[in-house]
Design a protein around this ligand. Structure first.
Ligand SMILES: [Zn+2]
Length: 160
């Protein structure tokens, strides 16, 4: 797409292969805020082929681990603004390194719903999932070797 900012990104590139790019966000929310985008232009997540999105999430996981190794952080937030509050109309995964003192705050105000309202929401979502079993099963889970992920232990020790 010719006037898409992420289709022609060149600055602060940290990784590139034939399907995706990763770069430091120009106006970061926290220090080390990384954006991962597919090279091909897709506006929202639903348009991105499984193979591409799978590789992007695998890479998000790797990058998140690297951030633990190279920065003094307590965690990461992996965020996707899918249509709503999406500032660039090109699908992206945000990786935000987090520390207790980073001043970023997701002040979600908990909402209360009545049981019958919850039932309607559950019914509609389950109805939407009907017939999608094959698509879900095709994405086979990959086993993680926790022994090799030393940062997991280090991180959870830090959480109060
Ligand atoms: Zn684009």
């Amino acid at each position: 797409m010719t006037n898409c900012k992420y289709c022609k990104i060149e600055n602060n590139l940290i990784y590139e292969d034939n399907i995706m790019l990763a770069f430091l966000k120009e106006k970061p929310c926290t220090s080390g805020h990384i954006i991962i985008v597919p090279k091909e232009h897709f506006t929202i997540m639903e348009q991105v082929p499984n193979e591409i999105i799978g590789k992007m999430f695998d890479f998000s996981n790797i990058l998140s681990g690297i951030l633990f190794e190279v920065m003094q952080i307590q965690g990461t937030n992996i965020i996707i603004n899918n249509g709503f509050e999406q500032d660039v109309p090109h699908f992206s995964i945000n990786i935000l390194p987090r520390t207790e003192k980073d001043d970023l705050n997701f002040n979600f105000k908990p909402l209360k719903f009545k049981d019958d309202q919850i039932d309607v929401i559950m019914h509609n979502i389950k109805k939407g999932l009907k017939g999608k079993e094959k698509a879900i099963e095709e994405k086979k889970p990959k086993l993680i070797d926790n022994k090799k992920s030393s940062w997991i232990e280090k991180t959870f020790i830090r959480i109060p």
